[in-house]
Design a protein around this ligand. Structure first.
Ligand SMILES: Cc1cc2nc3c(=O)[nH]c(=O)nc-3n(C[C@H](O)[C@H](O)[C@H](O)COP(=O)(O)OP(=O)(O)OC[C@H]3O[C@@H](n4cnc5c(N)ncnc54)[C@H](O)[C@@H]3O)c2cc1C
Ligand code: SF4
Length: 441
């Protein structure tokens, strides 16, 4: 059609509105992409550039910029994980990507691969057989430790791995346990229910609380997952839910089934014995035919090894700052988690917060968090004791040493945020093959 041949009325009715829509679309896309560039540069500046788990690697030559991957990502728009820049999809907030993989399925142009690690930072993935067994016969791995994140994957693998272990159980053994399950996150809890349903002689140990990583999500976090089947319970019905609803569901399932989980018990070492393994924990020694490691990838919090560290007021992460209202709190550590926890508590009414850090400056923390600490110190909401070490913790106080001087601070709660010991070294020490992946599938 020749636009010039159209009469003014047709032009007004058809062409101008279409042109207007097109202009609005171009304006919106340009504005969005400008915002994406800005956000990406802020994220690079704050050092949040390494995806923790499975994430998309996008081939710009194949990407047409259709945006199907962005629309499919369940974390958006709460977190801008993916976005278009110069009409190509990019991973804008790598640390917000938790490996749903929906982008991979959605891309109609085969422009995406899902990979572990980046060129800069490798991710350690143990070798597993299809039945979840490692190269060390009798040791199985389920859940995020095996590489696949997400709650539903962990639930599925927890159930399937116990089915494999049952097949393996045909061999005779004279150990007290058929199976020791380590971890009570989504994978370990499901495995415990499956072991109960199968009538195995088993024990489950958990160094912290029920729910694993989910229990450490921020309060009220929206969780995207998929329905699944829980042994002994039936349907795990959730799609879009909250952290709190998930934890309540699991706690109810624990109560209804009577499944026994030994909390506050940490696996410390493991040795091969005849027909199985001897596992040393912080409380016990178990002799077992098989072991299921469902320990996730967060690792074990580093302890201070000082008297009083086992008091109930001592924790290794902050769940809810509000619970510390009117508390005198000591936060130990100088990384981002420590600084974020201290500032969050300092913002709650009636708190007195002190950070104790053994080094002379917070060099490991992001500028944003260092600034937040400086601001809180300048307004008197926070105290910082650099080059100090905790010597002892009691019900009502903490003892600190700084430059050969001793201090006793009145105290209601201690949060130790001194980093974690990742499970890779432990896996290697017991002979499990682990591959470090640098941006490969
Ligand atoms: C911020 C954030 C948001 C997320 N959002 C979602 C989401 O919306 N949807 C989704 O599907 N997934 C989400 N995930 C991912 C999901 O939480 C994990 O993939 C899932 O929890 C893995 O389950 P798991 O049982 O394998 O491990 P974990 O949940 O990590 O549980 C492992 C358990 O083992 C215990 N353990 C570890 N070492 C020892 C030891 N030595 N002795 C005894 N116990 C030990 C730990 O204390 C822990 O309880 C998110 C993750 C994060 C970090
Ligand atoms: S779906 Fe594929 S082609 Fe479309 S923007 Fe995403 S990566 Fe590019």
């Amino acid at each position: 059609m020749n636009i010039g041949s159209l009469d003014p009325l047709s032009l007004a009715i058809y062409v101008f509105p279409l042109a207007l829509i097109l202009l609005l679309y171009i304006y919106r896309m340009t504005r969005q992409q400008r915002e994406n560039i800005l956000l990406k540069s802020k994220i690079i500046q704050s050092g949040l550039t390494e995806p923790p788990s499975l994430h998309p690697l996008i081939d710009p030559l194949k990407c047409t910029g259709c945006g199907a991957c962005i629309a499919a990502c369940p974390e958006q728009p709460g977190h801008k994980v993916l976005g278009l820049i110069h009409s190509k999809a990019e991973l804008i907030s790598p640390t917000e990507c938790i490996g749903h993989g929906a982008c991979f399925i959605a891309c109609p142009h085969d422009a995406l691969q899902l990979v572990f690690g980046t060129k800069k930072r490798g991710v350690d993935i143990p070798h597993l057989k299809p039945n979840f067994e490692t190269n060390v016969g009798g040791i199985f791995i389920a859940g995020e430790l095996g590489g696949m994140g997400l709650i539903r994957n962990a639930i599925e693998q927890g159930r399937q791995s116990v089915e494999s272990i049952c097949t393996d159980m045909s061999k005779q053994h004279n150990n007290e346990l058929d199976l020791l399950i380590v971890g009570a996150g989504p994978a370990g809890f499901t495995a415990s229910l499956a072991a109960m349903e199968k009538g195995l002689r088993f024990a489950t140990i958990e160094q912290e609380v029920l729910g694993g990583t989910v229990a450490h999500y921020p309060r009220g976090k929206m969780v995207m997952t998929q329905p699944a089947i829980l042994p002994m319970v039936g349907e795990f019905p959730f799609k879009n839910t909250t952290k709190e609803k998930l934890l309540t569901f699991w706690q109810q399932a624990e109560k209804d089934t009577g499944v026994c989980i030994n909390y506050n018990e940490r696996m410390e070492s493991m040795t091969v014995i005849e027909q199985g393994f001897e596992v040393q924990t912080s409380k016990n020694t178990y002799r077992t035919h098989s072991v299921l490691l469902a320990i996730g990838r967060r690792g074990t919090p580093r302890t201070l090894d000082v008297p009083g560290e086992n008091l109930p007021k001592v924790t290794y992460s902050l769940e809810d700052p509000v619970q510390h209202q009117n508390h005198r709190v000591l936060v130990v550590g100088g990384g981002d988690s420590a600084l974020e926890a201290a500032c969050a508590i300092a913002g709650v009414d009636g708190t007195e917060v002190t950070i104790s850090y053994r080094s002379a400056a917070f060099t490991r923390a992001k500028p944003k968090n260092r600034q937040a600490v400086e601001d809180a110190v300048s307004t008197g909401r926070l105290k910082v004791m650099l080059e100090s070490n905790v010597r002892a913790i009691s019900e009502e106080a903490v003892e600190l040493e700084q430059h050969d001087r001793h201090f006793k601070l009145p105290n209601d709660a201690v949060i130790i945020s001194a980093g974690g010991i990742l499970p890779t070294a432990f896996l290697r020490s017991i002979g499990i093959d682990v591959e470090t992946k640098f941006g490969i599938a």
